[in-house]
Design a protein around this ligand. Structure first.
Ligand SMILES: Nc1ncnc2c1ncn2[C@@H]1O[C@H](COP(=O)(O)OP(=O)(O)OP(=O)(O)O)[C@@H](O)[C@H]1O
Length: 255
């Protein structure tokens, strides 16, 4: 047993109908890694994350979370999940930022109402981490896409997860705020010890910030560090990686 292993995907294949969406995927994520999951549209990234979250079951292979087979895994508070949120809340959405963040603890709030003050405290601490404390009383629908995304990250942080999974979190964030957003993720990773798995199309930026990269197109085409990626990228590429790099460049232009 590898104590450091947070996610282990062993030879996993999945098909919705006839076509394989994910085929023989094999990789693991160790504690403390910031792993960027990159691939063209329809390459199986969200399917893979849904498999890891246990929302769908593999046709072949197996998945372990924190060294437990997925079917026995119960402590879902260990895992935070933030999906794409562009325009999640419209301007009339009737909730304050604090209420949205506190709702990350709602399952426990029902049983322990008297702990409400403690939950508010936890929510404020999470807002502080994402530098949104001053917006606690604002209406969520009045914030920008990037600010809303920070609030949703705060909501997933209130239960103190060890692993945070983000599906294209920079969609809807304007370019000048994307760097600050990546800096926030790097801080969560380095200072708070949270392991990160992030789906993105933004190869250039993820390569600067992630500790590890997985490029997939139904199967895994590359798994390694950004340095390893840059090495083959800078040298004569071998045919598989060269082809993948062309595809990735094409994706970058398309996204
Ligand atoms: N619910 C579904 N039913 C049937 N096929 C699906 C379903 N969801 C996804 N697919 C198919 O599975 C393949 C992988 O889709 P998936 O959403 O995992 O890709 P992705 O890499 O996340 O794409 P994108 O970058 O566009 O979000 C695609 O061919 C897609 O059409």
């Amino acid at each position: 047993m590898n104590e450091q292993q947070v996610v282990e995907v062993k030879n996993v294949s999945f098909k919705y109908e006839k076509e394989w969406a994910v085929e023989q995927v094999d990789f693991s994520i160790d504690k403390g890694q910031f792993l960027g999951l990159v691939g063209p549209n329809g390459s199986g990234k969200t399917t893979l994350v849904n498999l890891i979250l246990g929302l769908i079951k593999p046709n072949k292979g197996s998945i372990q979370l924190f060294n437990q087979p997925l079917k026995h895994f119960k402590d879902w508070r260990e895992i935070g999940y933030v999906s794409q949120t562009s325009n999640s809340f419209n301007s009339g959405f009737p909730a304050s930022v604090l209420e949205v963040v506190r709702s990350g603890l709602v399952s426990r709030l029902g049983m322990f109402r008297f702990l409400k003050r403690e939950h508010t405290q936890k929510a404020l601490e999470a807002l502080k981490i994402v530098e949104m404390e001053e917006f606690a009383k604002s209406n969520i629908g009045e914030l920008s896409g990037g600010q809303q995304q920070r609030v949703l990250i705060a909501r997933s942080l209130v239960s103190a997860p060890s692993l945070l999974i983000l599906d294209e979190p920079t969609v809807g964030i304007d370019e000048k705020h994307v760097t600050a957003f990546y800096e926030l993720l790097a801080r969560l990773n380095k200072n708070h010890g949270i392991t990160l798995l992030m789906i993105t199309h933004d190869i250039a930026t993820i390569t600067e910030h992630a500790t590890h990269l997985v490029f997939m197109n139904r199967t895994i085409r590359f798994h390694g560090t950004p340095e390893e990626y840059n090495q083959y990228n800078g040298n004569e590429p071998n045919p598989i990686y060269g082809h993948m790099h062309q595809q990735l460049n094409h994706m970058e232009v398309m996204s």
